[in-house]
Design a protein. Structure first.
Length: 508
């Protein structure tokens, strides 16, 4: 602890975002250009360096938060960056994208405001790049073993970097035209500009990781043949199976899945198109889903110039304080305002969210385009619609942000490797992250390939095995799967494994 009275003398003060009207006029990050270092250093001094740092319990990566807080307080950015990177491959991602369960687990939260851990993390990561501390770390020698990683989201990239640094020759296969998975096309630039992702990919290339884009493993490339070519295979394809809304009128034009809509918008920012194929400009937009993806869609439609924007959430409006059923240090369901909600308030003067409501049906015009959405309030228990509360919202564009049910089903990847699903709908795996395959579950390919899949060498990482989760869990899984893969290839490993396959977030 650099200042034993810091948490008493210094009030919590997060880094301020840019003014709402300024950031609605561009796609830059909400904090772009904001002065951080003096403020962050003072805020880091609020850390109490607890005997039992419960912030570690809130973060699956096991980030050494009190240690890098102390170094940030002193302005020792090299030491702070070293401690930060000791547990996290991509802290500039998590510092921007993670909802910071570590802050809700901070001991100060018991009766005060927590340390601004997320701001400190982002500042250390950015300062490390700016000062040239973050450099490629190629292995001293190669093992002669090869690994293919399918998927280039945070789990796949973390696994690939760890395995490359361990001396294995790693190739990452991505079906999209650019590396990054949902980090690339699912996250808007105002939350994370893609220069941060590009910079990490270049670091990994310099370390020796190879990248293959535009390759659909299981489609363009036989997954079993790929497994034959490599000594180990890591499947990190994410949980990209999107939930549907089976109500009358779903077939109308103008109703899009969130990832479809966000990808089209991100491609404009990437320079692929001048205007998006689907735009909210001048339209009445309804976003169905109250989570982070829905918030990302909200920020996007506002920047595109929507005439109006409403976000529907089937859950009741949370309270401002923790409930007794969600005590410290768990991550509580409390009323939170994202930057997009703040922007909607600044533009329209009201919270864009409607809580405790469900969509009954969509209505369209003669051309088959959606024009309205009928909704009703739902009962607190059972979520059954109360028809007497039915109302109509104008809707020229509807975005479904209902989350994901797990990895895509019945794909060539599943059939060719004989992958099965667990009772939660994710790819089944054992306690060592190895893929579980049922006897006779490989109708495509040879019996030898089926036996090889059952005997090991295929590992499941990230949301593909865990289900929809946070970026910190994806990176933690990637690091843990890398350790399991290294042990399989080498007989032992010194790589860290912060989580096990069946670990779950801290709950009451």
């Amino acid at each position: 602890m650099t200042d034993p009275h810091g948490f008493l003398r210094t009030p919590r003060r997060p880094v301020p975002a840019r003014p709402v009207q300024e950031r609605l006029s561009d796609w830059n990050e909400v904090y772009a250009g904001q002065a951080r270092l003096p403020l962050v250093s003072r805020q880091a001094g609020r850390c109490m360096d607890c005997g039992i740092p419960f912030c570690h319990s809130g973060c699956p990566l096991g980030n050494l938060i009190p240690e890098w807080n102390a170094y940030a307080r002193k302005g020792d950015w090299w030491a702070a960056a070293e401690r930060l990177h000791a547990t996290n491959n991509f802290p500039e991602f998590t510092g921007r994208l993670c909802p910071a369960p570590c802050e809700d687990a901070c001991v100060l939260t018991i009766n005060a405001d927590p340390v601004t851990i997320k701001n400190v993390e982002q500042a250390i990561a950015d300062e490390s790049w700016a000062r040239g501390y973050t450099t490629p770390q190629p292995p001293e020698r190669l093992s002669g073993r090869t690994v293919a990683v399918i998927g280039s989201g945070p789990a796949g990239l973390a696994a690939a970097q760890q395995l490359t640094r361990a001396g294995h020759t790693v190739a990452v296969y991505e079906r999209a035209d650019r590396i990054g998975g949902l980090l690339r096309y699912g996250i808007p630039a105002f939350k994370m500009e893609k220069c941060h992702l590009d910079r990490r990919v270049e670091q990994m290339r310099a370390e020796g990781t190879k990248f293959r884009t535009g390759v659909d493993v299981g489609g363009d490339l036989d997954a079993a043949e790929l497994a034959d070519r490599y000594d180990a295979l890591v499947i990190a394809v994410g949980a990209t199976g999107q939930r549907e809304l089976p109500v009358p009128g779903r077939e109308l034009y103008g109703i899009h899945q969130a990832m479809e809509y966000l990808t089209l918008a991100n491609r404009v920012v990437e320079g692929d198109r001048d205007v998006p194929a689907v735009t909210a400009e001048g339209r009445h937009v309804v976003i169905i889903g109250g989570g982070d993806t829905g918030s990302d869609c909200l920020g996007t439609v506002l920047r595109q110039g929507a005439a109006s924007a409403v976000q529907l959430d089937i859950n009741p409006e949370p309270g401002a304080a923790r409930r007794d059923t969600e005590p410290w240090p768990v991550y509580p369901k409390v009323y939170r305002i994202s930057h997009a909600h703040e922007e909607a308030r600044g533009r329209d003067g009201a919270d864009p969210r409607l809580f405790s409501c469900a969509t009954l049906r969509f209505e369209g015009d003669r051309t088959g385009h959606v024009r309205a959405l009928r909704l009703a309030e739902v009962e607190p228990e059972g979520r059954r619609p109360r028809l007497e509360t039915e109302q109509v919202l104008p809707a020229d564009l509807v975005v479904l942000a209902l989350g994901f049910f797990g990895p895509e089903r019945d794909t060539g990847l599943m059939r060719q490797l004989g992958l099965t699903l667990d009772d939660r709908g994710n790819f089944a795996r054992d306690a060592g992250f190895a893929a579980e395959t049922a006897e006779g579950a490989v109708p495509e390919g040879s019996a030898e390939r089926a036996a090889r899949a059952r005997n090991g060498g295929v590992f499941i990482a990230g949301d593909a095995g865990r289900g929809q989760s946070l970026v910190v869990w994806a990176i933690a899984e990637g690091r843990s799967v890398a350790a399991a893969t290294d042990r399989y290839l080498s007989g032992s490993t010194v790589l860290p494994a912060p989580v096990a396959p069946y670990d779950r977030p801290l709950i009451a």
